[in-house]
Design a protein around this ligand. Structure first.
Ligand code: HGA
Length: 610
């Protein structure tokens, strides 16, 4: 979604802003802009479309300055137009960029109109620029005017502001949307995501809810929600530049699919070092939090929700605990029956997903204080709002369609299930060794699945001209069918649906004909014979099947039944191995259809709005 970068330095900051915005492109956006304070006053350039188009326009106009802000916008209020793109300017003096949604923007708009302010956009954002300008006109300094203004805003925001009357200052504020300050040498930065400034500095301060900040070249002052000066911890980011670059790959999605053996190995490293499932893997006081839990409630969105659905099978089978899995945006508006002895697990790659964050807040407001976050981004909002955290170590995920974040989430959730089983006395030493052994083999099995790529490319060519596809799975592979259908929809725009294979004859079988490819996930588990029967039902109706069957499952090919043999059955971790071929199928189908794989239309990476 939207991205912010800002810089104050002794050098020209325009290249810093442009590079920062390019690094934020992966989040998904529809327009981009920068504003700088130059000798001639505030200058601004905005364009719909790609950052590179805005960059050419800025170059053509000879932009150069030592203070500036930039933004990639994913429209929420007002269409995708140049007038609605950020930065927004008040009275030719003050420029502002904003991530989030101002819920009381209509009331503020009316009030500001009454004060003589004219509006040039349909955005909710423009009211913030005029409000700060208004308080400056009343005599406040820039940070004071920002503090007065944000007190009147309802909703979520990360904001950066510059003003031509203060050419040595930039101010910023956050509430509900992430924002960090980057500390350089004689220069300082703000950004919504560390990747935007990582080539200038790795020393960062994550602003807390309600914080405001004032940056000059040589100093940073931070104030809490009451306006009192505060010290915040300085972190050194370990995001690597290599993880933000494409290397030999054609797309980030392809790179990230191939990074999965490494990402999974990194995620299980601490577990393998200890050679035991232990509560400490989830935080220092985890034993106390996990002791005596009676149930597990998982909250997540999109791909993370499917990771949760898979985990339910593990948590129930291994730990013997009832497990409910809810879509966060539904849970937060439902009158749920709370259980304080329930462990509430949120799953979010970015740790910023707004619906998941709000569902967590709602769960806590009901007295459910045992909270655990599974997340890929350290220090992000959701882990900070949770008592326990388990970080996946997938590294930066740039492709909008999640791949390595999904498989590492599954590994983290499996680790949770096994740990709960052990704490509840349901895992003896031999069983624990067996599960650890399964995990140890997992990176190798994933690599074997990746080696199927050439065969999957051939299938993808057959999918490319299709309009629809069905995905079938059973048991713990049903969520993998859901994930396969989602991946195909997201990046190739082929309409796809997933069903538990046994459900087919209760309705979706009516859709089956020779134009509808049916993907079947058929591991060599206790449900294999049932899946084979379901395949016969499709075959009898002329359906074309594309079956991913484990090498040891004796699956016969025929005219209508195409089979790719996945590695030997990976036991309880089989869903993780079967996630790989469905990712590759979606990727290559999208490639064959010529879509923008890393930036699928209408989608954004971190969904930070409702
Ligand atoms: N509401 C603002 C910013 C939107 C946003 O943060 N998207 O991720 C707008 O529509 O311009």
């Amino acid at each position: 979604m939207c991205g912010i970068v800002g810089a104050i330095a002794g050098r020209d900051v325009v290249p810093v802003l442009i590079e920062g915005l390019k690094r934020l492109e992966y989040r998904g956006y529809d327009s981009a802009g920068i504003a700088v304070v130059a000798d001639t006053g505030v200058r601004r350039v905005r364009r719909t479309g790609r950052v590179s188009e805005m960059e050419s326009a800025a170059a053509a106009e000879g932009f150069s300055a030592t203070l500036g802000i930039g933004h990639t916008r994913w429209a929420t209020h007002g269409g995708v137009t140049e007038d609605n793109a950020h930065p927004h300017i008040s009275h030719g003096e003050l420029a502002l960029v904003h991530n989030g949604i101002i819920e009381n923007h209509e009331a503020q708009r009316e009030r500001l109109r009454g004060l003589g302010y004219a509006f040039e956009s349909q955005t909710d954002t423009e009211v913030i620029a005029h409000l700060i300008h208004h308080y400056r006109a009343q005599g406040a300094d820039l940070v004071g005017a920002l503090q007065q203004a944000v007190r009147e805003l309802h909703g979520a925001y990360a904001i950066a502001v510059i003003d031509k009357r203060d050419p040595g200052t930039m101010v910023a504020a956050r509430m509900g949307c992430p924002l960090l300050v980057g500390l350089g040498d004689g220069e300082n930065f703000v950004a919504s995501d560390v990747s935007a400034i990582v080539s200038s500095t790795r020393r960062v301060i994550f602003l807390e809810e309600g914080d405001t900040a004032e940056l000059t070249r040589d100093a940073v002052r931070i104030f809490d929600a009451d306006g009192a000066p505060v010290e915040r911890e300085v972190h050194v980011s370990d995001v690597s530049l290599a993880s933000l670059e494409l290397g030999p790959y054609r797309h980030f999605m392809q790179k990230e699919i191939h990074e999965q053996p490494r990402a999974v190995a990194d995620t299980i490293e601490a577990l393998m070092d200890d050679n035991a499932f232990s509560a400490e893997l989830f935080g220092k006081d985890a034993a106390g939090v996990l002791e005596g839990i009676e149930a597990v409630q998982i909250l997540a969105c999109g791909t993370s929700y499917y990771a949760g659905l898979t985990a339910r099978y593990w948590i129930e089978a291994l730990a013997g605990l009832p497990c409910a899995v809810d879509i966060a945006s539904e849970y937060r508006y439902r009158q749920v029956v709370a259980n304080p002895k329930q462990l509430v697990v949120t799953i979010s790659q970015s740790g910023e997903t707004l619906d998941t964050m709000e569902a967590l807040k709602y769960a806590k407001s009901l007295g459910q204080s045992r909270t655990l976050s599974i997340c890929n981004v350290p220090e992000s909002a959701i882990p900070r709002a949770s008592r326990l955290v388990h970080y996946t170590r997938a590294g930066a995920e740039i492709g909008v369609a999640s791949t390595k974040a999904f498989t590492t989430q599954l590994v983290a959730l499996f680790t949770l299930a096994a740990t709960l089983a052990k704490l509840r006395g349901r895992l003896d030493a031999r069983q624990e060794d067996e599960l650890l052994e399964c995990l140890r083999h997992l990176p190798g099995s994933i690599q074997h699945a990746l080696n199927l790529e050439p065969q999957i490319v051939a299938w993808a060519e057959l999918f490319a001209p299709k309009d629809h596809a069905l995905f079938l799975g059973r048991g713990m592979h049903y969520p993998i069918a859901l994930e396969g259908a989602l991946k195909l929809k997201e990046i190739s725009y082929i309409h796809a649906e997933a069903y538990p294979a046994g459900e087919l004859k209760h309705g979706p079988l009516a859709l089956v004909d020779d134009a509808m490819p049916v993907v079947v996930i058929a591991p060599n588990d206790s449900l294999l014979e049932k899946v084979k029967s379901n395949i016969q039902e499709v075959r009898a109706r002329g359906g074309q099947m594309f079956v991913f069957a484990d090498a040891d499952s004796q699956f016969g090919e025929s005219e209508q039944v195409n089979v790719i043999r996945t590695p030997r059955h990976a036991g309880i971790l089989s869903p993780i191995v079967h996630a790989i071929p469905v990712q590759l199928l979606a990727y290559h189908a999208a490639l064959a259809r010529g879509t923008d794989v890393d930036k699928p239309r209408n989608l954004a990476k971190s969904v930070t709005v409702e």
